[in-house]
Design a protein around this ligand. Sequence first.
Ligand code: ADP
Length: 486
Amino acid sequence: MKILFATPECAPYVKTGGLGDVSAALPAMLANLGHDVHLLLPAYRGMKVSGEIGDGVELPAYGPWPAAQLVPVKAPNGVTLLLLACPALYQRAGGPYVDESGNDYADNALRFGLLARVAAQLGTVQSPLPGWTADVVHANDWPCALAPLYLAQARALPLQQPTAASVLTIHNLAFRGLFPMDAADLLGIPYHWRGIDGVEFWGQLSMLKAGLQFADAITTVSPSYAREIQTEAHGVGLDGMLRARADRLHGILNGIDTGIWNPATDPLLPHRYGRDSMQGKSLNKKALQVRSGLPTEGRAPLFAVVSRLTQQKGVDLVLGALPRLLAAGSQLVVLGQGEPALQEALTRAAQEYPRQIAVTLGFDEGLAHLIEAGADAFLMPSRFEPCGLNQLYSQAYGTPPIVAPVGGLRDSVTDATADPAHGTGFVMASPDAAGLDEALQRALRAWREPPQWRKLQVNGMARHFGWEDSAKAYLAVYEQAISAAL
Ligand code: ADP
């Protein structure tokens, strides 16, 4: 199958969250399963790619868009990267979506409109890449979500030619890609698709809604989240639309890239270890304590958070649980960045309890690995969680996670009390302060019983979190989308 995977971020080139990891691992696994996978990604500033660089293709200026170039790079993992080079839109200081002060770029509609438009073109007979047209265009999140609409538009042309099927994956429904409706002119969205049955969302244009309307199949990153987003409580105003398309909506749990996240081979760890040789984990705990400026106390349970610091991630719940953690003599290591109020509250707590709490603000891949390996338990009390990756890494690293009963967290962690034989962590009874407090008490009790704790660690480390099964589930969805598009 010829698959175009369109994404605004892809590790290790550019990553702000889970989508970056998925974009690295899923296309590589699809290529490994024998498919022809091209990955379309904007060429942001400072991005370093390795591989065999092919001849660039010129994309002429069109409507509001300046001329651009498509540069194919054959990556070592079997995927062909298609770098969308348009310096005026993508070569900037700041991240993929926001400037250096954290504000959305004012021209995001154009920036990601181009990404979606080129993705769609690669699925038509007018494909800019000589000799290559996708069978399926897999668009990810709002930045690519106009691609299904553009494909539907191409299908509707007189003398229509067959086009690729379209699949949209929702990695986080909370980001709806909202713009003033004026942007519809710039983006070339036909008038008859600007209403409630098209892209309109409470008077604005929602790129994500366009994808939900027009994609031949929709997926999201866990079965529980697929159900939750069809309810008013978690549907952020799109639940009605998702219920209407429920027959096209699939929940497929993310895997992890075991080439990168494996404690036995992880080059970012000072000490490697496995299920049968856990000494390395205690040494990593010491290394983490030293790096964090905490006393190298082996018996103090070391809890950890690696996360965007937002309400979604329940960081305020972690702050609320500090009295319980401190009273139990625990240590807490936090790595993250995000909402200023949460950053400040965490920094204050670390100043007040320097022997028990250490906070690092920023994005640090190496420290994230050391934390997964060196911590005893991982905290993830998210209010909602489409899939979540850190609870998967935690289990693979023998660091039992304490998680909220939502989305992918509930789908990937087995509660130690409910199922002592297979437990891999602690699932809160409710996604709130009381739920976290109760789960922490259970975790602290288990920590004081080393054989019980060891069982939890071993159960987690024995789990298979690789991508192969999920990649096959995506292939089945692609097949369905192709039949639906005929
Ligand atoms: P989300 O995509 O909602 O942010 P996920 O758990 O799906 O959450 O994925 C987050 C990814 O980003 C993980 O790979 C995690 O290790 C990484 N990450 C998050 N914050 C940081 C940080 N401050 N430093 C390093 N890695 C981080």
